[in-house]
Design a protein. Structure first.
Length: 189
């Protein structure tokens, strides 16, 4: 069904390159390696935000698109370094709202200092556990700690809020980010 709809869109909208964002929530909708190979073969897809969170699936997808213009960007911080080592093009996850500079640094280290990249990955993977908190409220709270005047509400409404414990976790995450920046000689915000 997805392929049939994609073919229709591709024929109706010529000369446009497309990106794909797999649905992580409220239910997983992932593309198979075979479907990604088809996408790559059209020459019309250039970006995939992969949300599978599974190194084996990422590797199969990378094998399916290798040598094409379709690039996989991992949305999962815990598997990021492993996926970069397998050939992923980069990172496209929500944790970049917390510490974008550390992801830039990981990409730099991955290309030249593997041991330091592993050290930084260990922090980034653990830090990504805050994704289990209500997002984007947790990111907004973090940004408010950085001095951005931003409210702690979301467009979806509902009962989502941050508990006192969740706020402390974000504050402690911010403190650890500063220590990691010092460890890797990065300027602090």
């Amino acid at each position: 069904m997805w392929k049939q709809n994609a073919e229709m869109i591709l024929s109706e909208v010529p000369d446009v390159s497309f990106g794909i964002y797999e649905c992580p929530y409220p239910y997983k909708r992932l593309l198979s390696p075979e479907l990604l190979k088809w996408c790559a073969g059209t020459g019309r897809f250039s970006f995939l935000k992969d949300t599978c969170c599974d190194p084996e699936q990422i590797e199969a997808k990378l094998d399916a698109i290798r040598g094409t213009s379709l690039k996989l960007f991992n949305a999962n911080a815990a598997t990021l370094l492993k996926s970069l080592d397998m050939g992923a093009a980069g990172y496209s996850g929500v944790m970049v709202n917390f510490h974008p500079d550390l992801y830039v640094r990981l990409l730099q280290l991955q290309r030249g200092n593997v041991a330091e990249a592993v050290r930084l990955q260990q922090f980034l993977g653990l830090a990504s556990a805050v994704e289990r908190q209500p997002y984007p409220l947790n990111a907004k709270y973090h940004l408010s700690l950085e001095g951005l005047s931003i409210g702690l509400h979301g467009r979806t409404g509902g009962n989502a809020s941050l508990s006192a414990s969740m706020m402390l976790e974000i504050e402690q995450l911010r403190g650890m980010e500063q220590q990691i920046r010092e460890m890797f000689n990065l300027h602090t915000f």
